[in-house]
Design a protein around this ligand. Structure first.
Ligand code: 4UV
Length: 538
């Protein structure tokens, strides 16, 4: 395809027709077609088979919303925290919190107590909704933060942990008076989700995504080149939700877009080869959303056979760069009816910003700007560059976040005049509008598609009594894409060996952030203003 997308000012337009963003909240948007498919399955657990129809999901989330208002006094704009692997109740508790007028902040379920504590403090959480299994770590985090807030346990078919409130009871409360929800006051431009991202530099910051941002991004997924079979009489696309819903990819692209469209979501709490492959066959999955390590798995693991792809018609990968060789190996396993897409975006763009068109088979490109998105590639002075020139990618559109919460400085640095978001990614765009991500300017390290902010590891390393200074960079890894490597300067006379450092970090951060590579050096290279010269270390 050839699209004429470059305008005279060297701004790149989307080749697709602009979207109109419905003027409502994201939950109203999800429920707006409820009467078309009340008895269809909305979400089912790929392990236990526990499921909710659309109507049941709606009713139970309403019960919980009313209870959040009545029993826990949740008010408009207060923050509810959710910490859980992907289970069918994840959308239920998310929608309930939004319907109660709250803002939802989502936590990585494999976080350590230290990591949970930090996000609880930053986001001023009023109540936590936690999967049963995570309650002990969460309690430890609350103790560290010296905060006493209620915990609702996602305890379906499980015993209730001590000092927590039973979600099962709250959602079964069918006699609750839902008229209490009439006082909920939420506008399209209000914040719905508060997700955490380190952006171009520093520690994780709260990304404010509004109702309109998320509705826009849902509409932006429906381009002419990528049609879904929405729920009709007997036709329902089925997709697997193994990518975590706490992250923008799983949240917006799986949970919100798919449930707003009447599809069936099969949740898996974690990626585990056998259960993943079994669920593919058992639930006859049509749409697969993956991250690069899963593409590698599907192209190289002997357990994977063409039979597993029999019902699949679309595979989409995103969240990190994907080597062409890995795509080829996976596609060799796939029957011809499978089309492969690459999506690109950031938490800050809700997240989808560009999407490829499988018909041109340019798989190494992340595709075209999605509807209503404009792109620029700029040099270090923010001057626009033309086709095939490499520079930083800027994005503008209705899906660009409201901003980082309470962080004027980061907002000023990240959102430029006119609403252009700095991505911190290096890209080029060809004459036809195809975008290629070639490098990363920002310091972020991506391990299996997850964010590992070096500033976070550096602050942990500097807590070690023998460490004077520390710097972390990402180094290439054939399986995880990148992995963090630490450069350390020890205090004069102090000693610490490789293992001590590795163990020290491992106790404090989630497994994917752990460091295996450590190098002791004399000084950390920095520029005149004290910024670490990461390129030099790399
Ligand atoms: O903020 P974040 O953790 O956000 C994401 C978003 C993943 C998406 C987005 C749209 C999709 O359709 C999809 O399938 C997945 O991960 O990290 C943002 C950074 O991740 C890198 C890039 O450095 C971003 O600034 N990144 C995301 N997608 C790609 C990518 C990609 N396709 N190719 C290369 N790098």
């Amino acid at each position: 395809r050839f699209y004429n997308v470059w305008n005279g000012d060297m701004v790149v337009n989307s080749p697709f027709q602009d979207i109109v963003v419905p003027d409502m909240t994201i939950v109203d948007y999800v429920w707006r077609n409820l009467d078309k498919w009340p008895s269809k399955t909305a979400v089912v657990c790929g392990v236990t088979g526990r499921s909710y129809t659309y109507e049941k999901l709606y009713k139970k989330s309403k019960n919980l919303a009313a209870n959040l208002r009545k029993k826990f006094n949740i008010r408009n704009d207060e923050v509810v925290g959710i910490i859980s692997p992907n289970v069918p109740e994840y959308p239920l508790v998310s929608f309930a919190s939004l319907q109660a007028g709250a803002v939802v902040t989502t936590f990585n379920p494999i976080y350590t107590a230290h990591e949970i504590k930090r996000q609880i403090e930053l986001s001023d959480v009023k109540i936590m909704i936690s999967h049963n299994d995570i309650v002990p770590v969460l309690k430890e985090a609350l103790k560290l933060a010296k905060i006493d807030i209620p915990i609702i346990s996602i305890n379906i078919n499980q015993p209730l942990p001590e000092n927590t409130i039973s979600l099962a009871e709250l959602i079964e409360d069918d006699n609750i008076d839902c008229s209490i929800l009439n006082i909920v006051d939420r506008a399209p431009e209000d914040v719905a989700f508060l997700l955490y991202s380190s952006g171009t530099t520093g520690l994780p910051k709260g990304v404010e995504l509004t109702n309109s941002n998320l509705i826009a991004n849902s509409e932006q997924q429906n381009t002419e080149i990528r049609q879904y079979r929405y729920t009709t009489e007997n036709n329902q696309d089925v997709t697997m939700a193994v990518l975590p819903m706490f992250h923008s990819y799983g949240l917006s692209i799986l949970m919100l877009h798919k449930l707003a469209s009447g599809l069936k979501l099969v949740t898996l709490p974690k990626f585990q080869p056998e259960s993943y492959l079994n669920a593919l066959l058992k639930y006859r999955i049509n749409l697969l959303y993956v991250a690069p390590p899963m593409v590698l798995f599907m192209g190289s693991n002997p357990l994977v056979t063409p039979r597993h792809f029999e019902t699949v018609h679309k595979i989409t990968s995103g969240a990190a760069p994907l080597p062409r060789a890995d795509i080829n190996k996976m596609l060799d396993q796939c029957p011809d009816n499978v089309s492969f897409y690459q999506g690109y975006g950031l938490t800050e763009t809700s997240p989808l910003a560009t999407m490829s068109d499988p018909s041109n088979k340019v798989y190494e490109s992340v595709g075209y700007a999605v509807p209503s998105v404009k792109l620029r590639v700029v040099d270090s002075e923010m001057r626009n560059l033309g086709p095939d020139k490499t520079g930083e990618l800027l994005i503008k559109g209705p899906n660009v976040m409201k901003g980082y919460r309470n962080n004027l400085e980061a907002n000023k640095e990240t959102i430029l005049e006119g609403g252009w978001l700095r991505t911190g990614d290096i890209a080029k765009i060809d004459k036809t509008g195809l975008v290629y991500i070639t490098d990363r300017l920002k310091e972020l390290i991506k391990v299996k598609g997850y964010q590992v902010p070096p500033a976070e590891l550096e602050s942990v390393l500097k807590e070690h009594p023998a460490v004077h200074d520390a710097a972390c960079v990402g180094i290439p890894d054939p399986i995880t894409g990148e992995r963090p490597k630490a450069f350390l300067v020890l205090k004069p006379g102090a000693a610490a060996n490789h293992k001590e450092i590795v163990d020290f970090v491992a106790e404090r951060v989630a497994p994917y952030k752990r460091i295996k590579d450590v190098e002791f050096i004399e000084t950390i290279p920095k520029n005149a203003s004290g910024k670490i010269l990461r390129r030099m270390l790399r």
